[in-house]
Every structure is written in structure tokens, then in C-alpha cells.
Design a protein around this ligand. Structure first.
Ligand code: NAP
Length: 341
């Protein structure tokens, strides 16, 4: 095991902020992961497992323990009737997984194209985009349980998936070190309705019967046009989740804001557009002198680190947004990226 000491964590978050980790190691197999976990346990140090760093923010104090970077690879496919079961190592780049699935003509994850990060991170916040979410295709998660110190398999039904959430970021935050995910996909063409941006692409390209590959192309084109590439621009993707409110709250808001974008969800609740709330609260294409943070011109939900040098600055900018939205609409936005530790 190669353990490095006093490692800057900026390279381990696409927001490129945060202090140093006391210790950091990369693991390439389940055995190495167990060894790393044991190394930390023996020293009574906290341990955390990370993937690509695209949805995490480190505090300026850094991490006083062992950061384990998950590089466990693998891509296995098995067919059972019409279903294709794909087992993917948690350290695999998520978009490569989508690319490989789509190349086989499989549907189920094509709308999740170009989402940054690793496959193992997708269940944590139940990654979703353009009408698909990982909860719908995920069969099970394989993980090291840091409480029992055993490997375990958790089926999708037991992951407590919700809108951009799961037990892995709520009740069991930090407990399971995910080593693999199993997905169930089918060989078929994606069915409408498609999200407006995707539908527009299909109409513009005169496509009547989209294949998974075409939906992937569409999503890549839409995302490239609208979102910054985290390899070039420091960001964590959408910083806030869309709020879901009850009907009474929605009615109250709509009485004042008749153009409020909304979508019905389950249990009579209504999803609102966090991006619209931010824009209305004055955060469209904002470049904040005091903190060095900005909102991305074509998508205000993406907070961009232009010149910030500390997480404290990012959090101050976040606070300005939270307060402005709450003051105007009475809604407290939920943050998507996880702050560690
Ligand atoms: P967009 O296409 O401009 O749409 C804006 C919002 O409208 C989205 O948040 C989306 O909700 C909602 N929406 C649009 N059409 C809808 C429909 N037919 N039914 C229900 N809701 C609808 O969104 P964007 O900000 O550019 O993002 C594109 C997609 O990537 C979205 O699906 C977004 O959620 C997703 N995304 C996900 C993550 C993540 O998982 N962390 C991060 C970044 C972006 P939904 O958000 O529920 O789809």
C-alpha cells in the first residue's frame, strides 16, 4: 500500500478548493480497499472513499485521516433473456460506462451521458438527468461496510432512493465504501416523451426513431453547449437540487409568480426549477468580487470557482444565494455536492 502524507486535496475536488489530507492512498482492488480501511482503523483515523471528486467539496481544514481514492475497475456483462446485467467497478469513469452500454445498443443510462465522476458515485445522490435516474436501472450496490468490516450487497430497493438522494448520503452517510454497481439494461429504443431540450435536438435533426446512441449524442451536444467542462473550469455541476414543495406552497408561489416553471411529482407534490429561482433572485451570470465565485452564464445552478482560494469563500457565496432565494420565495434550497468531512 502506497500511502502519501500531507496531500493537497485541491486536485481531489473539481471545485479545486480545500486543505490537505493527513494521508491519502489509491486502491485498485477490493483487497487493497480492505487493507486501507484496516490501516486507518488500526490508527483510529477516520477514512473516506472518493471517486472523481466531481461532487465533493473539502473544508479548508482538510481531512484529518485517510482519503481512499477508488480506482477499482471492471466491466462485465451478462445476458438473461431480454435483460443485460452489467457489473461495473466503482472506480470506472461513469461516462465510459454509458458509452460502452450504448455501443451495445442498450437503453437505461444513455440520458446520463457526460455526467462527470465515477460509476461508484452514481447511487450516492441517485444521479439523474433528462428524465433518467440511476435508481431505475440499478440492481444492487456492492460495498465494504465499515461498521461490520465485511463486504456486502445492497439491492436497489434497500438503497432508500429518492429525488437526488439515497441512504448513502443520509442515514448511512460515510458507512459504505462502494466497490461495484450492477445495472439492468435492455436492448431497445428509448421511448418518448423526452425532455424538451432532447426533443428539440431530435426535431432539429429530423430523427423520428431515436436509438440509445442518438439520445447519447443529443445529451452530449446539449451538455457541451450549456455546461462548463470541469477539466477546464472549476465547478461541481449543479450546486442546488430542484426543490419539491407541497401543493399549498406551490399555489401560494404561483399566485405571485404566474410564470414559475413546475413539474408534478409523486404524492401531489410539485418540483420547481432551482435555476429559475436563482435567476429571479438576481444570480444570473453573477461574478462575485468579494469571493471570486460566479454563476455559469448559461446555467446559474453551476457555481464556478473563478478566483476563490478557500472553501470559506465558496460557502460565503453559497450563503448569499441561499439567503436571497429564501427571502424572495421562502424556499430553502438543498445543496447537491457533499462537504467533507
Ligand atoms: P434543463 O434541461 O434546462 O431543465 C431545467 C429543469 O427542468 C431540470 O432541472 C429538470 O428537472 C426540469 N425539467 C425539464 N423538463 C422536465 C420534464 N419533462 N419533467 C420533469 N422535469 C423537467 O436542465 P439543466 O439544468 O440543463 O440540466 C439538464 C439535466 O441534467 C437535468 O435533468 C438535470 O437534473 C440534470 N443534472 C443532474 C445533476 C445531478 O444529478 N447531480 C447535475 C446537473 C444536471 P430534473 O432536474 O428533475 O431533471
Amino acid at each position: 500500500m502506497d500511502i502519501r502524507h500531507n496531500v493537497s486535496l485541491r486536485e481531489y475536488s473539481t471545485m479545486r478548493l480545500g486543505g490537505t489530507a493527513t494521508h491519502l492512498t489509491e486502491v485498485n482492488s477490493r483487497d487493497e480497499l480492505r487493507q486501507a480501511a484496516a490501516w486507518a482503523e488500526e490508527r483510529r483515523l477516520p477514512a473516506v472513499v472518493i471517486g472523481g471528486g466531481s461532487n465533493i467539496i473539502w473544508r479548508d481544514d482538510g481531512f484529518p485521516g485517510l482519503v481512499i481514492v477508488n480506482k477499482i475497475m471492471g466491466f462485465e456483462m451478462r445476458q438473461e433473456g431480454h435483460d443485460f446485467y452489467i457489473t461495473v467497478g466503482a472506480g470506472e469513469n461513469w461516462d465510459s460506462v454509458v458509452e460502452r452500454a450504448v455501443a451495445q445498443g442498450l437503453t437505461g443510462v444513455e440520458a446520463l451521458s457526460l455526467i462527470p465522476g465515477t460509476a461508484g458515485a452514481t447511487p450516492i445522490q441517485n444521479v439523474g438527468a433528462y428524465g433518467q435516474e440511476i435508481a431505475r436501472t440499478l440492481v444492487s450496490v456492492e460495498a465494504y461496510d465499515s461498521e461490520t468490516r465485511q463486504m456486502t450487497t445492497i439491492v436497489g430497493e434497500d438503497c432508500a432512493f429518492g429525488y437526488r438522494t439515497s441512504r448513502f448520503k443520509t442515514t448511512d452517510r460515510g458507512r459504505f465504501f462502494i466497490t461495484a454497481v450492477m445495472l439492468r439494461l435492455t436492448r431497445a429504443n428509448p421511448e418518448p416523451p423526452f425532455y424538451p431540450a432532447v426533443q428539440q435536438y431530435l426535431v432539429g435533426h429530423e430523427i423520428q426513431q431515436p436509438t440509445p446512441a442518438i439520445i447519447r449524442e443529443a445529451v452530449i451536444a446539449i451538455r457541451r453547449a450549456k455546461l462548463p467542462d470541469p477539466a477546464r473550469v472549476a465547478n461541481n455541476g449543479s450546486f442546488f437540487a430542484n426543490p419539491v414543495v407541497d401543493q399549498a406552497a406551490f399555489n401560494r408561489l404561483q399566485a405571485t409568480y404566474s410564470d414559475l416553471p413546475s413539474w408534478p411529482t409523486t404524492h401531489g407534490r410539485v418540483k420547481l426549477s432551482a435555476a429559475w429561482l436563482l435567476e429571479q433572485a438576481g444570480f444570473k451570470d453573477v461574478h462575485d468580487e468579494a469571493t471570486g465565485m460566479a454563476t455559469w452564464p448559461t446555467q446559474p445552478l453551476v457555481l464556478v470557482n473563478e478566483r476563490a482560494t478557500s472553501t470559506t469563500q465558496l460557502l460565503a457565496f453559497r450563503q448569499k444565494i441561499l439567503d436571497a432565494v429564501e427571502q424572495k420565495f421562502g424556499i430553502r434550497l438543498e445543496q447537491e455536492p457533499e462537504i467533507l468531512p
